[in-house]
Design a protein around this ligand. Structure first.
Ligand code: ATP
Ligand code: MG
Length: 275
């Protein structure tokens, strides 16, 4: 039996418990995941189950641990405790199946590199670290740029693009990786309606192709239109499940608590109308 199929023992608040089983068809599973940058955990004892062949949203207020959850799921920051499984396998065996689009504000755009260079970074694993990128690889990079509507920008410096154009390029880089699980941190932040539509269309095509997409998402009014599944977090897991049952006003209030802003209240009205 693989480790992924076996419930394991995890520690929470000093207590020992049996973790929930790990469904083999889930795209991403965390069990007892705790991540801390200092004394206070940013993500605490989180059990999350994101389905395969679906689009999932991670929702929560600023500082709730959404980006931290994604980074821990990628293995780019260490876990204090807990386990991560990707398509039923321990993360360490399945990292190559994940592509990641980081939160825009977290990337330094001043480095002198072209759009094509950025997209081809997604191809290094396939090319071999010391291997040369072949003509076929360059063609593949161009194809990924076409898919995000950026075919004409290959030679532009990445720093000379608008924010929405940069976002499309980083999505193209993720596409070049031929991953099975796509993790995106606020892909729609600061982009206009046309770019948002273009990105949603690409993500829906990935899903139609059998891939899993998980995106940190702030706009509560579009959750029902874009996503199948939601995960609500505020350091701890608040709720998760299909949008129809888990994306409720009650769960959102529990997630945002006293920090529910007026804009969120407007969006909650939209949620309530849709319910
Ligand atoms: N590198 C770091 N060093 C120390 N603390 C950090 C670091 N990165 C994040 N934090 C802290 O961890 C907590 C969770 O941060 P995280 O970036 O995961 O939140 P988030 O939910 O993605 O928020 P946002 O909606 O603002 O992007 C915050 O309190 C943040 O200040
Ligand atoms: Mg974040």
């Amino acid at each position: 039996m693989t480790r992924a199929a076996q419930p394991h023992v995890a520690a929470e608040d000093g207590a020992v418990r049996l973790a929930a089983p790990v469904p083999a068809d889930a795209a991403l599973v965390t069990r007892g995941l705790t991540v801390s940058y200092g004394e206070k955990p940013a993500v605490f004892s989180v059990d999350a189950t994101f389905p395969g062949r679906a689009m999932s949203a991670i929702i929560g207020p600023n500082g709730a641990g959404k980006s931290t959850l994604l980074k821990a799921a990628l293995g780019v920051i260490p876990r204090l405790s807990g386990d991560v499984f990707v398509f039923g396998q321990p993360l360490e065996q399945a990292r190559h199946r994940i592509a990641y689009v980081p939160q825009r504000a977290s990337v330094d755009w001043d480095f002198p590199t072209t759009v094509m260079d950025v997209v081809q970074m997604g191809l290094y694993r396939q090319a071999g670290l010391l291997g040369r990128l072949s003509g076929a690889m360059a063609e593949k990079a161009r194809d990924c740029l076409r898919r995000v509507g950026m075919a004409d920008f290959g030679h532009r410096q990445i720093g000379q693009l608008s924010g929405g154009q940069q976002q499309r390029v980083f999505l193209a880089r993720a596409l070049a990786q031929d991953a099975d699980l796509y993790l995106l941190d606020e892909p729609f932040a600061g982009v206009d309606a046309a770019t948002e539509r273009a990105i949603v269309d690409v993500l829906k095509l990935l899903k139609a192709d059998g891939k899993a997409v998980i995106a940190v998402h702030h706009d509560l009014s579009t959750v029902r239109g874009y996503f199948d599944h939601v995960f609500l977090i505020n350091v701890r897991r608040i709720a998760e499940g299909p949008v129809a049952s888990a994306f409720t006003t009650e769960n959102l209030r529990a997630t945002y608590g006293g920090r529910l802003a007026a804009t969120h209240l407007d969006q909650l009205a939209v949620v309530a109308e849709g319910a």
